[in-house]
Write a protein that binds this ligand. Structure first.
Ligand SMILES: Cc1cc2nc3c(=O)[nH]c(=O)nc-3n(C[C@H](O)[C@H](O)[C@H](O)COP(=O)(O)OP(=O)(O)OC[C@H]3O[C@@H](n4cnc5c(N)ncnc54)[C@H](O)[C@@H]3O)c2cc1C
Length: 277
């Protein structure tokens, strides 16, 4: 069990409160589990999507806070052994920076696509985007038996009962969107997914409007589609994917359609031309 300082706990409270002023409140977590996990299976589930199954005893007690649960993947730098940051800091980046420079692991955020506490496993769907980055590089070379670090995150989806729901995602937020749909969404939920090409589509048990990006800028097809969406105005929106997608859709919902910004959960999962860092 981590021991957070009073200052760390205060920072967490202030940050959670500040976020709640500008976006829909998600599902917070007080204690961020952290442990080493081992790759137990690697399967290519779609072109450019690799599912990696991880095993760890810690997944027996771990609980997700919501369907779009995210976690921090801590990867050893190429040619190095894995050093885990201190679990006693709320902010994992601060904990990483406290390590000697040549021991600091890389950190990227991913979605817990499935959690099986009874066997101590999670599945994670990695988009292999081809651009060199530690996350994609690691997933491309993933092999059974490899060890990496797990740092718990939290989740954002929290639609009020009975309202009109809008879900908008790109390929990186598709694992989260699939988990949200599986957890149960209203039958009249409007669902838009922007992917590079038709071969990135996956089976979803709900009516989805698929948008193909082709050579367009990430987010542009989505912003156009949402701008052309017929009424009524949604009561709640969950918008995740490339930064321009998330901010562009949110801007339209709030500025043009008059949605309360505290009814829009949005998150930039990646940014064109910039490492997540
Ligand atoms: C809460 C959350 C949940 C997420 N869940 C998932 C998930 O389940 N599966 C998943 O695949 N990703 C997910 N992501 C997105 C993932 O963290 C980013 O795509 C991340 O940038 C990948 O790291 P990297 O090391 O491969 O690339 P980085 O080092 O971050 O970036 C290197 C270069 O690659 C580009 N790049 C990054 N991602 C993409 C992409 N998808 N397509 C094209 N170019 C890209 C960047 O613009 C940059 O130029 C999630 C992000 C967040 C915040």
């Amino acid at each position: 069990m981590p021991r957070y300082s009073a200052l760390d706990q205060l920072q967490l409270k202030v940050l959670t409160k500040a976020v709640g002023l500008v976006t829909a409140t998600g599902n917070p977590r007080d204690v961020f589990d952290q442990f080493v996990m081992t790759v137990s299976a690697v399967t290519d589930v779609a072109p450019h999507v690799r599912r990696v199954t991880f095993r760890a005893d810690g997944f027996g007690d771990y609980r997700v806070t919501g369907p779009d649960e995210c976690f921090g993947l801590l990867m050893p730098r190429p040619g190095r052994a894995l050093t885990m940051p201190s679990p006693d800091r709320v902010n994992v980046r601060t904990a990483i920076r406290a390590l000697p420079a040549d021991e600091q692991p890389d950190l990227r955020w991913y979605t817990v696509r499935a959690h099986r506490p009874e066997v101590g496993e999670i599945d994670v769907d990695f988009v292999l985007h081809g651009d060199a980055g530690p996350g994609t590089r690691w997933a491309t070379g993933a092999e059974v038996g490899r060890e990496v670090g797990f740092r718990a995150g939290n989740s954002g989806y929290r639609a009020p009962a009975g309202g009109k729901v809008l879900l908008a995602a790109d390929e990186t937020a598709l694992p989260a969107l699939c988990a949200i749909v599986e957890s149960g969404v209203p039958a009249d939920a409007r669902i838009f997914v922007e992917v590079p090409t038709a071969e990135h589509r996956v089976e979803i048990d709900a009516p989805v409007t698929w948008l193909y990006r082709g050579d367009d800028q990430p987010g542009s097809p989505m912003v156009r589609a949402v701008a052309g969406m017929p009424s009524p105005v949604p009561d709640y929106a969950w918008v995740c994917g490339e930064s321009a997608l998330a901010t562009g859709v949110r801007r339209h919902l709030v500025k043009e359609l008059g949605m309360d910004r505290r009814s829009v959960m949005f998150s930039g999962y990646w940014r064109t031309g910039a490492a997540r860092g």
